[in-house]
Ligand binder design. Sequence first.
Ligand SMILES: Nc1ncnc2c1ncn2[C@@H]1O[C@H](COP(=O)(O)OP(=O)(O)O)[C@@H](O)[C@H]1O
Ligand SMILES: [Mg+2]
Length: 275
Amino acid sequence: MHINLAYDIPAWEEKEIIRELSNRNINYSIINVNENPFKIKSMENNDLVIVRCISSSKSLYFSKIAETYGFYTVNSYNTINITSNKAITSMLLVKNNIKTPETFIAFSIEKAMDAADNLGYPVVIKPVTGSWGRMISICRNRNELRDFLEYYENVSNIFYIQRYVKRPKRDIRIIAAGENIIAATYRYQKDSWKTNTHLGGRVERAILSDDQKETIIKVAGLFKDSIIGIDAMEDNNEITVHEINNRVEFRGAAQIYGNIIVKSIVDFIYKLARC
Ligand SMILES: Nc1ncnc2c1ncn2[C@@H]1O[C@H](COP(=O)(O)OP(=O)(O)O)[C@@H](O)[C@H]1O
Ligand SMILES: [Mg+2]
């Protein structure tokens, strides 16, 4: 089976995956999704595509195009469709009894304020799509929230409001391939209240308890044959899962784990492709 890697802008991770594919003498190709129109047609195919566009909507559409062409996709349209939307992800987690921060969705400013009153302040407001901590905001009281929502309404009329988790100054990022945890790190906040590596925080190896591992494996089990990044927070003695990433970045975790991560990712893909 032939392996393809689909990308739009090749970031560090895509270059690492390509390097690992070349090191192993695997028969592979790269597809810049920006460079071709894709006719909608059905095809018979046996190839595999690793879908890794920075634009999550390009990944979403391209994964479906590839599946229509008969390709096996990692990640699949289904995985990308769920995980590229925080609201849909929250619903999946709740349905499967995975601990996740209490969250409301409201369709008007007034009802978003009611949701925040119900949760208690501070609250966290997030765009349902997006990454790198962009536009994720904390509002500490009703007045601050109203001012913020009046701006935010110009961005979206879907209000995703979440309980602020009183966690330590770090969160947990797990990289999973299928149901295997291949790396677990703590990401420490630096100049922001958010812990995204993009915002410059330090990364450390995370030691997960058996209970924490069990939760993470249960989350990974919801996504068949996928490579995902699971974001979780320590909440008292438990962990609460707040996000799942379908184009998982591992540059931060690689500072600790080295090239084991990319090797495990390619091993996993190689097994799926059975080449
Ligand atoms: N409910 C919350 N309580 C406390 N901190 C949060 C909460 N939600 C998000 N954060 C912080 O903001 C960061 C970004 O949120 P996340 O939902 O992972 O979105 P993104 O897609 O931008 O990574 C998290 O890694 C965490 O540090
Ligand atoms: Mg995140």
